[in-house]
Design a protein around this ligand. Structure first.
Ligand SMILES: Cc1ncc(COP(=O)(O)O)c(C=O)c1O
Length: 507
């Protein structure tokens, strides 16, 4: 739009040319941009077409614009004054560091991607616990995409419902039912992965300062979410393969007003442990007696490749309404789609639906549609069989290598995508990591999973042995990398132990 006021002192075509020149020089008309046709501009400005033509001729002569026959008249780059373009109206500088709130500060402090050692190209990384992308059935995915889009058309591309894509929620309810869960009186809400699910659930039931119990150590993202919400985390230590000590749990709930308990019974992160059925039942009854909600993490239900499916706490809960099940397929299938769910009492889901709508309206419908189409296809069960075989083989190789090469105190991990190796306290895991990185091997140190003692620099002040561990993810590694990487870790530990014993003998 041109807002030009002509005066009587100068010829109109010159005034128009000056006006356009100024716009080009100050950057309001940008390089390559098309000018209106002479006819359009003459109509807009209510001046003769020949006036506009003369203006354009003048501008072209001075190389402000150029004409391509049959296409139009365009702005030339040469005349844009870069200095002018860059100049801001007034110099302003907000100090964002002091302007952000405590929630944001905690997010930065707890963001281990910002301060922990990071993978660099070429390294052997035991850090990742993402599924192996090579297992993804891309052809099946493409088919799912085309099929669902053909069936639903624009429905999948328009706004959808906060609770989720109906065919997917119905499929998931059947899936959950097949795992022995009573779905009467329950409902489901689709989330952006487990991570949003936990955020939503906590936002509905916890206020700042509330107490939530979880296993110590636990999933680092869960710690982050709780700390950001200013929730007081009470950790119950995992002291052995059997998981948390239920006497300690009882003591804590007797002495504290606890809002919820967060548990990862299957392939616990970081230890890889699977809680026994007896323990699940015992914990369920302890917490039920006190009417405490249990948040059960269902992120790895399909990774059970070495034994029978253990009844989940959600299933143990039967027709009761005190278990909030948060799940996702992120560890097996397309985590980039960010689809997860919360399965819980209908009343709670109804509340969560409103929170979800307020937060982000809904999870992507096209993604939910594709996932649904893939899950219901015959490829899905085949895919599960294939990945179980693949990860089992990697797990067995890892176990064999760690047992052979690493001097450890405990080796935990019942399958899944990672294992947890606890070292003698003489070996500081952070020092070991530094040494391994120099040799191109990286892993995650146990201290980042500590509930009570994590600091933003990642150095834990707690001397609890379990933190002196390394989580070794193996899902994406080739066999040759597993062999080489574990050997390097083993050699570094050996050398550190030798150095220690030399120091001891000099004392
Ligand atoms: C314990 C645990 N739960 C859930 C998830 C999956 O989270 P999301 O679905 O948000 O990717 C992970 C991923 O690492 C995890 O370790």
């Amino acid at each position: 739009m041109f807002f030009i006021q002509f005066n009587e002192n100068k010829k109109k075509y010159i005034q128009l040319a000056d006006y356009i020149k100024n716009m080009i020089e100050n950057g309001s008309l940008t390089y390559g941009g098309k000018l209106p046709s002479t006819r359009e501009l003459s109509e807009e400005l209510k001046i003769g077409r020949s006036t506009v033509m003369k203006s354009y001729e003048l501008l072209e002569m001075e190389e402000y614009i150029y004409t391509i026959k049959g296409k139009g008249t365009f702005i030339n780059q040469l005349k844009i004054k870069r200095d002018n373009e860059k100049k801001s109206p007034q110099s302003v500088s907000i100090n964002w560091e002091s302007s952000i709130n405590n929630y944001a500060k905690r997010a930065v402090d707890l963001d281990i991607m910002k301060w922990d050692a990071q993978y660099k190209k070429g390294m052997i990384s035991f850090k990742s616990i993402a599924p192996d992308g090579d297992t993804f059935d891309i052809e099946g995915f493409k088919r799912a995409f085309y099929n669902r889009l053909s069936i639903e058309g624009s429905n999948l591309l328009n706004y959808g419902y906060a609770k989720g894509y109906k065919p997917l929620t119905e499929w998931l309810l059947e899936y959950i039912k097949d795992k022995g869960v009573n779905i009467e009186g329950k409902d489901i809400l689709i989330t952006n992965g487990f991570t949003e699910g936990l955020n939503l659930a906590l936002s509905a039931i916890c206020e700042s300062g509330d107490k939530v119990i979880c296993e110590n150590p636990t999933h680092n993202t869960a710690i982050k979410i709780m700390k950001m919400r200013d929730i007081q985390i009470i950790g119950v230590d995992i002291k052995s393969r059997e998981g948390i000590d239920t006497n300690e749990l009882k003591k804590i709930i007797n002495n504290n007003d606890v809002k919820a308990v967060f548990l990862i019974p299957s392939y616990h992160n970081p230890t890889g442990l699977v809680m026994s059925y007896e323990k699940r039942e015992e914990i369920y009854s302890i917490l039920s007696e006190k009417n405490i909600p249990i948040i059960e993490d269902w992120f790895a239900e399909e990774l059970n490749y070495s034994g029978d499916h253990i009844k989940s706490i959600t299933a143990i809960g039967g027709s009761n309404n005190n278990v909030i099940n948060i799940g996702s397929f992120s560890k097996i299938l397309f985590p980039g789609m960010r689809i997860g769910w919360i399965f819980a009492d209908k009343e709670l889901i109804d509340v969560l639906e409103s929170i979800k709508r307020a937060m982000n309206i809904h999870t992507s419908f096209i993604d939910q549609g594709i996932l649904y189409e893939y899950l219901k296809s015959e490829q899905f069960p085949q895919f599960i069989k294939r990945i179980r075989r693949r990860y089992k083989q990697k797990y067995e190789l890892m176990k064999e290598m760690v047992e052979e090469e690493i001097k450890y105190e405990y080796l935990w991990g019942d399958g899944g995508l990672y294992m947890y190796v606890i070292l003698n306290e003489k070996i500081k895991v952070r020092t070991l990591l530094e040494r391994c990185i120099k040799r191109g091997v990286i892993f995650t140190c146990g201290d980042v999973f500590s509930v009570s003692n994590i600091q933003s620099n990642g150095i834990s002040s707690n001397k609890v042995k379990i933190e002196n561990g390394l989580r070794l993810g193996f899902s994406k590694l080739k066999n040759s990398e597993i062999k080489k990487g574990i050997k390097i870790i083993g050699e570094e530990i050996e050398e550190m132990l030798n150095n220690n014993s030399q120091k001891d003998s000099l004392k």
